[in-house]
Every structure is written in C-alpha cells, then in structure tokens.
Design a protein around this ligand. Structure first.
Ligand SMILES: Nc1ncnc2c1ncn2[C@@H]1O[C@H](COP(=O)(O)OP(=O)(O)OP(=O)(O)O)[C@@H](O)[C@H]1O
Ligand SMILES: [Mg+2]
Length: 605
C-alpha cells in the first residue's frame, strides 16, 4: 500500500521546516509592523488585566466590611465596596471590548500580508520547485498559514500574556501577605507551565507534525485527482481514486486521533495540577485562619484569586495546544520565506534591453536535477537576429529544454547563454521573459475570459489589437461565433476549448505580445492542415524583423526555415536548409522519409 501514501512532496522530507526561532522572528515581524494599533490594544487589554487582578482585593475588602455587621458606617463602607467591585467588572468588560477594536484591523492586516507574501514566495520559486510540489499541497499550506497566524497571535496575546500577568500578580500578592502560600502558588504554577511545555514538546509535537503532514496530503491528493478528473473518468477509475483518497484521509484520521488523544492526556495532567493549586491555596489560607492569622476577607481573597487563576490557567492549558498547532501550521510558510529560489535575479540585475533578437549558446552544459547525466554537453549555437530556425528531432531530444534555457527557467551548469549580447543571468527574469513570446507545447489558459487570455502579455492592449492577433491566429471566427464572444470564460487551463482552439488562443497571445523573439513549440500540431497553412501564412509577416524558433514534428511545416537544426540526445547532429539536409542522407532525411510515409515517424524516432 505504500504507493497510496506518496502524497508527501519534497517539502515534507525533513523533520521540521522552520525552527522555532524562525517562527518567532516571523511572528514578531508582523506584530511589530503596526506598533500604534498594537500599543493601543495593549493599553486597553492591560487595563482589563489590572481590573481582573484588583478583583480579589476588592472582594476581600467588601467581605471585611460585611463582617462588621450592618451598622451605619458598615452600610456606607459596604456600598463603597460594592461600587468598587462593580466598577472593576465594568472596566474589565469595557477595556476588553475597546481593545478588540484595535485588534481586529491589526489581525486582518497581518493575515492579508501573510497570504500575499506566501503567494509571492511561491511565485518566485523555480520551475523545478513547482514540478516537485503538489499544487494542492501548496494551496493548503499557504491558506493554513493565514489561520495559523491568527491562532498564534490570539493565543499569545489574548490568553498567554494576560494569564502570565495575572499569575505573577496573584503570586506576588499572596507572597506579600503569606510568604509560604505565595511560594506554594508560585511553585504550583511553575509546575503547571513546565508540564504543559514538556508534554507539548516531547509527547505531542511529533504526532502533531504527522497530523499536519496528513492534512497537507489531503490537499495534494484532492487537487491531483480533481485536476485529472477527465483522465479518471476516461479510465473509469473513480472507485480506485476513491480508495486511494480514502486511504489518505484514513491516515489523517489516525494521526488526528493520536494527536487529540495525547492533547487530552496533557489536559488531564494540567487539570490535576490545577486542582492541587486550587485545593492547596484554599486549604492553606483556611489553615492560617484556623491559627488566627487570616480573616474571613483573606479567605475570600484566596477563593476569588484561585477562581481567577484557574480560569486563566485553564485557558492557557487549552491554548498551549492551539499554539503548538499554530506554530506547526505556519512553519511551511515561514520556511518559504527563508527558502532561496533556485533561479534568482542577481543583486542589482538590470532590465533586459531588447535588441534584434540574437541568441547565442556558448559551451553550455545542462542537466535536469535528478538526471543521471547532462542532457547538454558543451553545446554551442548562434541564432542570428531575424533568423527563422527550426528545431527538429526525436522526442526527448532536448528541443523544449532549449526553449526553457532561453527563457532561463533553469540555470545552466556551465557556459553562457546570451541574448542580444546579455548574459541571461545578468538581467531580471521578468524583463527577459517579457521579450520572448512563446507558444508552449502544452499551452494552459487561465480560467478567465478569452480577451484576458489573449491580452495576457499586454493587459491594456486595445480591443482592435486583440482581435487582430486573434485573426492572425485564425481564432477570431470561432471566438466570434461564441455567444459571449471574447468575454467567454474558458474553464480551468482552457478545458472548455478544443485542443486546436486552445492552441490558436495561445498563438494569438504570442502574436499580441509583439516580442523580438518568437518561439513556437509544436504550436500548430493540433490544427488541421488547412488551418495550419492559414496560420503559417499569417505568421510569415509576423516573422519579419524578429527571431523565430519553431519546433515541429510535422516536417512539412518547417521547410521554409532559414536553418533547420536536427537535435538528438541534446546535441545538434545536423544543420542546414531543407534541401541540403535531404541531400546529406542523415537523420533528417530519414525522419523526412518516415514522415512522408506518414504516422510511423514518431514511433521510429
Ligand atoms: N522538468 C524536468 N525534469 C527532469 N527531466 C526532464 C524535465 N523536463 C524534461 N526532462 C527530460 O529531458 C529530456 C528532454 O526533454 P525535452 O522536453 O527537451 O524533449 P523534446 O525534444 O522537447 O521532446 P518532445 O519532442 O517529446 O517534446 C527528456 O528526456 C525529458 O524526460
Ligand atoms: Mg518538447
């Protein structure tokens, strides 16, 4: 069954993704970003805590006045005591409620920033990173971090800080009056905190992390199966996918049970300590009373403060678990922030200065991360400005890789790639890629309107330009025939379009980009022969004044290229014009003969 559990992507490899210190620094960065709101909140919240702390005192005083009996003075004192107790309660509620008003925007601003930063981090990661990670897992991690922030700060600021203040305050107050009891209270509280920490650290942390891993795996598995739903359907494999998913959810259930059970164990221990504290405190004060060293008011003081303390401690005990879960939940995104992307802009990298579109590979070597050996070894090539170059060759020969390297989706292991004389590593990635219009081998559209999809390179392009590009790509007619025309939404990745329609939208998008370099990776492979010919005629004028790289298996489409490069296993084995290559009787001539012999071409290659 091991294959059922392989929804851990590479981010789940290690034990812990970010250290506690990193998490703390991350939280602090966000907390300290809005000092005014935080200070105002702290002011009112501090006031509430102070009112809470004064409560046992005020209660004790009130009871003292009552024990004197309902004399004239006694009544007045009782009324005053009542006023104080009531006022403290009122101050407590008011201050808390005002404090919350400052807390709300403080919290939502930070959550907004965390999710936005998370998205920025994910966007900056390399193509390799994205290939290694489940989209669903990433989505789950980033969205979980938002809530985790909320849980951590609520726990720390709402529960732990006030609890800490109240505990220290009560211990100090008790200590002043009865040092021995104060020591007992302090010791019991310390034992409570230590127990909560030790249980969290050594008993709960590990299952908790497994539990979160299982939670991430649910996101990964769901997204993986849902996005490939068409495949699942076509193989009638729903039951199999259901079983696979259920196994993953089953793992989550097992981990959740373990974690929650252990949390409950931890509560039991904490509750016991709490009981010892409560019973001990009251018992000791009564003992003092029996020796004539404490009054009825003192007993009231002890009872009220233990109610107060136990209320805070209970909140604390419950929230220690939340805090721990929050920290574990946010670790992924904290690690994102610290992670270096594989392909980064050099510090001070300048914008790419588009020229005429000259491309030069100088002694380039490159291999994919996990490949046994380099795909490209000592690869050199020059493409002149304005030239139309065709890349052909068997599948897996490294043609699409060539395109990815030009775009600098990967960094080379050796050698240099220059475009218009600029090393691709010296310029910003975004500016470089904006100078390259690409129709990829498997174009994916956004689930947005056709207009937005076509105008993706130039979002502010006027509608006439969008339509002109669509006409060139022979996409206008089918778009115009749709009830909503250019406003039609195309479905996720463009699933509501036919393969050829999707391809023509991708072509229109590249045409509109109007970049000095145009790259077409199997860009017309899904079109019928007549449409393909039309698109090529339209392309002929587009090629004017720009460098064009065309990758094609259908050799009939690239005959007119200035130069044909025949790739095999990451090397250029032949190059020249169509006629020259035919005469050379090499790989090209063979591929050509086979493609004329139809359909066998791909197999034989
Ligand atoms: N992201 C990746 N990680 C690891 N290996 C990869 C990756 N992308 C491609 N490869 C491998 O690199 C080799 C070259 O792939 P490439 O996509 O460049 O081939 P191609 O010439 O475009 O083939 P096709 O004609 O089938 O599109 C293949 O063996 C492929 O398995
Ligand atoms: Mg390819």
């Amino acid at each position: 069954m091991s294959d059922t559990f392989d929804f851990d992507d590479e981010n789940e490899g290690g034990q812990r993704k970010a250290s506690l210190r990193q998490v703390a620094a991350f939280m602090w960065k966000h907390w300290s970003s809005q000092p005014l709101k935080l200070a105002l909140f702290g002011l009112f919240f501090g006031l509430a805590v102070a009112a809470d702390l004064a409560f046992p005192f005020a209660s004790a005083r009130l009871v003292e006045t009552l024990t004197a009996g309902p004399t004239e003075d006694g009544r007045r004192a009782a009324a005053a005591g009542y006023g104080v107790v009531a006022l403290l309660a009122l101050v407590f509620y008011m201050a808390r409620n005002i404090g919350v008003r400052f807390w709300i925007p403080f919290a939502s601003n930070n959550m907004e920033r965390i999710v936005s930063d998370g998205f920025r981090d994910v966007q900056r990661f390399s193509s390799d990173w994205h290939a290694d990670n489940f989209a669903g897992a990433t989505v789950r991690r980033v969205s979980r971090a938002m809530n985790a922030y909320d849980v951590i700060s609520d726990t720390m600021v709402w529960y732990m800080l006030p609890a800490g203040a109240v505990l220290i305050g009560v211990t100090a107050m008790t200590f002043v009056q009865w040092p021995a009891i104060g020591l007992f209270t302090g010791g019991a509280i310390a034992a409570f905190l230590l127990a909560a920490y030790l249980m969290g650290r050594f008993y709960i942390a590990r299952p908790l992390r497994e539990y979160i891993k299982a939670d991430t795996a649910i996101g990964a598995a769901l997204a993986d199966a849902v996005t490939s739903n068409a495949t699942v359907k076509s193989f009638g494999a729903e039951a199999r996918e259901q079983a696979r998913f259920d196994a993953i959810v089953g793992r989550w259930r097992a981990e959740a049970n373990r974690t929650w059970r252990r949390s409950t164990d931890s509560w039991v221990l904490q509750n016991m300590l709490l009981f010892i504290l409560q019973a001990g405190l009251l018992g000791l004060v009564l003992l003092e009373w029996s020796r004539g060293r404490a009054t009825a008011g003192d007993a009231v003081f002890a009872i009220t403060s233990f109610l107060l303390v136990s209320g805070y401690l209970r909140m604390l005990g419950e929230n220690v678990q939340n805090l721990q879960k929050g920290v574990a939940d946010i670790e992924d995104v904290v690690a994102y922030a610290a992670e270096r992307a594989d392909v980064v802009d050099r510090p001070g990298a300048r914008a790419f200065k588009p020229g005429k579109g000259e491309i030069a590979f100088e002694a380039v070597s490159f291999g994919y991360k996990n490949a046994a050996e380099n795909l490209y070894r000592d690869f050199s090539l020059e493409v002149a400005a304005g030239e139309t170059v065709a890349l052909v060759g068997p599948t897996g020969a490294g043609k699409s890789t060539f395109v990815k390297l030009v775009q600098r989706l990967y960094d080379v292991n050796g050698g240099v790639i220059r475009i218009d004389g600029q090393d691709v590593r010296d310029v910003t990635q975004a500016s470089l890629r904006r100078s390259i219009a690409l129709v990829p081998q498997d174009p994916a559209l956004f689930h947005r309107s056709l207009r937005e999809n076509i105008a993706y390179a130039r979002p502010d392009a006027p509608m006439e330009d969008v339509i002109a590009a669509a006409r060139r790509a022979r996409a206008h007619d089918f778009i115009a025939a749709l009830p909503n025309g250019y406003e039609t939404e195309v479905g996720e990745r463009g699933v509501k379009l036919s393969g050829g329609e999707r391809q023509r939208v991708a072509l229109a998008r590249a045409f509109l980009a109007d970049a000095p370099i145009l790259i077409l990776d199997e860009a017309t492979s899904s079109l019928d022969v007549a449409t393909e010919r039309d698109v090529q005629a339209a392309m002929a004028e587009l090629k004017q004044g720009r460098t064009t790289i065309v990758i094609a298996h259908r050799l009939s489409t690239i005959r007119e290229a200035d130069r044909i490069l025949v790739f095999n296993q990451g090397r250029i084995v032949e190059q020249g014009k169509h006629a020259e290559l035919i005469d050379a009787h090499g790989l090209y001539a063979k591929l050509n003969a086979m493609s004329r012999g139809e359909l066998l071409a791909d197999e034989a290659a």
